[in-house]
Design a protein around this ligand. Structure first.
Ligand SMILES: NC(=O)c1ccc[n+]([C@@H]2O[C@H](COP(=O)([O-])OP(=O)(O)OC[C@H]3O[C@@H](n4cnc5c(N)ncnc54)[C@H](O)[C@@H]3O)[C@@H](O)[C@H]2O)c1
Length: 329
């Protein structure tokens, strides 16, 4: 039997780029689509199209001849970006997602995986640092992250209705803070692990780095190699309901800073800026259903993943600003 033709949207971005590499490694023929090519290394996709997926014609072109669609394209970033760009995020992502899924249906694609987020979970369940891990059914009654989270929850519903009304097999994955090398680490869209790695790589031994909030807010983090394995397993599964994909080890931002400082071999202090956005107070993933559905769970430790990520970001800084990093070592 022929392997399915696979489309990855957002293939110029962090997770999409890694996913393309892994699918090509598994023997699939992959078409990548994005507004931009991957920033840090060439794509592994056999075909790569530069298209704006907010546009209907681009979505028809992207999905033409495809069997499976991994829909990762989104206008997104860390908490600083999503809290101050709600109109543009909801506008762009609604257009991308409704056009991509309808084009996939019209072009006869058989499976469609949508990448949602832990940001769909209600704020009222995440107001303490020692939060109870979030189960998939906790998403309702809805009170998601304003802007970005509401759009994700809406697009999850769109997937459900396309399955109910048209029989399109949809898969919905809710990521919990994916990190790793080849991800954005500066410019305002970076997330906490990459931002902290960058700050520590640029700091001298004994310096203090800026921490947003009081550093006691908690999160769980999942390394990129586990993420792409989980995405693939979910696509192959027969699970049509949303599924968490993350680690269930929760750490505070202060602990994360200390872990990265230890990896860097530096003494690093913290300067707290409580005027900066912090997101919810605590968030963790309940992975019971993940284990049951995928017969698998993420296994790369936070320390291992941060080690690889720190080395990559420090290497990038050393290549662009050798004097600063040399002085810091
Ligand atoms: N990284 C995480 O921790 C995380 C957490 C939750 C959900 N997600 C979701 O996973 C998906 C991938 O995230 P990522 O971390 O790789 O983000 P990313 O920003 O690195 O990748 C998204 C890609 O989408 C592309 N894109 C944006 N608008 C587009 C358009 N109009 N047409 C075509 N391409 C467009 C961007 O250029 C970018 O390359 C997104 O849907 C995101 O919301 C990620």
């Amino acid at each position: 039997m022929n392997e399915p033709n696979v489309l990855v949207t957002g293939a110029g971005g962090f997770i999409g780029h890694h996913l393309v590499k892994s699918l090509v490694g598994r023997g699939f023929r992959v078409r990548g689509v994005d507004l931009k090519s991957p920033e840090y290394e060439p794509t592994a996709a056999q075909e790569f199209l530069l298209l704006d997926l907010r546009r209907w014609e681009s979505c028809l072109r992207a999905t033409e001849g495809m069997d499976h669609v991994y829909a990762l394209a989104a206008d997104m970033g860390g908490i600083g970006f999503i809290e101050s760009n709600k109109a543009v995020i909801t506008h762009n992502n609604v257009l991308i997602n409704v056009h991509t899924i309808e084009a996939a249906r019209q072009n006869g694609c058989s499976r469609y995986l949508y990448t949602s987020s832990a940001c769909v979970y209600p704020g009222y369940l995440q107001d303490r640092a020692d939060v109870t891990p979030l189960r998939e059914e906790d998403a309702y009654p809805a009170d998601p992250e304003d802007g970005y989270g509401w759009e994700k929850l809406f697009s999850e519903r769109v997937c459900r209705h396309y399955t109910e009304d048209y029989g399109l097999l949809t898969r919905v994955v809710r990521f919990h803070n994916i990190f790793g090398p080849l991800g954005t680490y500066d410019g305002g869209r970076e997330k906490s692990p990459a931002a902290i790695c960058r700050k520590i790589a640029a700091a001298a031994n004994g310096d203090a780095i800026e921490v947003w909030g009081d550093g006691e807010q908690t999160r769980s983090y999942c390394y990129i190699d586990d993420c792409v394995e989980g995405i693939y397993r979910l696509m192959q599964s027969d699970h049509g309901e949303p599924l968490n994909l993350g680690q269930d080890r929760m750490v505070s931002i202060n602990e994360l800073v200390d872990m990265i400082a230890a990896i860097a071999g530096k003494r690093i202090g913290k300067r707290y800026d409580t005027t900066k956005p912090q997101g919810v107070r605590g968030r963790n993933s309940d992975n019971s259903r993940l284990r049951q559905v995928l017969q698998w769970e993420p296994r790369i430790t936070l320390e291992e993943g941060l080690g690889v990520t720190y080395d990559w970001i420090a290497g990038r800084l050393a290549a662009t600003r050798p004097a600063v990093v040399t002085a810091a070592c």
